[in-house]
Design a protein around this ligand. Sequence first.
Ligand SMILES: Cc1ncc(C[n+]2csc(CCOP(=O)(O)OP(=O)(O)O)c2C)c(N)n1
Ligand code: SF4
Length: 266
Amino acid sequence: MNEKLYLEDEENLGTQVDENYEQVYCRPDTLTDIPFHYCPGCGHSVVHRVLMEVIAELGIQEETIGIAPVGCSVFAYNYMNIDMQEAAHGRASAVATGVKRVLPDKYVFSYQGDGDLAAIGTAETIHTVNRGENILMLFINNGIYGMTGGQMAPTSLIGQVTSTSPYGRDAAQVGSPIKIADMLCLLPGAYYVTRQIVHNPGGVRKLKKALIKAFEYQKQKKGTCFVEVVSNCPSGWKMTPVETIKYIEEQMLPMYPLGDLKVPKN
Ligand SMILES: Cc1ncc(C[n+]2csc(CCOP(=O)(O)OP(=O)(O)O)c2C)c(N)n1
Ligand code: SF4
């Protein structure tokens, strides 16, 4: 397919590229043409893109149902060009359970931030995984409540300054960060649990592979797949996008190490 291509850099904006060029990278059909509302540098946009690329490449656009959360990604259904259902705060995995049980042949995923999944939805999260619901739970851990003004989340780091911990998170007062993915590994219903990132190209590639695996396991009816993404929130953290990369690598990853936490034996 030789579509007309145009240069996008400032100097050559709109210049048509030689028609012999072939387009090798474009927006997948699984994303709508609506521009993301996320802050510059926010991990949500990259995760949306990767997830939708995977669904496009697996050819399951018509077979997939996503459950949108409450939080910054509350409007995920505006961007993801698939069937979507909104859920009340914290209840996405419960709604996903219902959808999957009624339509067991569909691919079902919940998409949730840490305030959603690890605070208000703790009970739903634990019991969904304990039941081994055959869904993908995609967990965006940015260590903060992004949408409502950067309050402390269960995942906030010790000493982390947030709008509700202005002197830094104090474990003696509010407890320690909860490693949700590690906890869920203990439940027999958790089939595949992994922690990934999206702030560098290698991380994006690995997340993509993890999501492909999760959908394959779902097809094989193996149980709950839980994919955590350690993500950045420049606005909530009051940092530039570049500063958030350093913060993730130096502060967050020691607490939330990357890689597979639970994988099938064979
Ligand atoms: C029952 C209920 N309580 C509180 C809120 C307010 N609220 C909306 S979004 C949000 C925090 C979301 O944070 P998170 O899930 O981490 O997502 P992020 O915005 O960081 O992506 C809260 C507390 C709500 N909508 N409903
Ligand atoms: S507040 Fe944070 S999580 Fe929300 S859109 Fe902005 S950067 Fe993303």
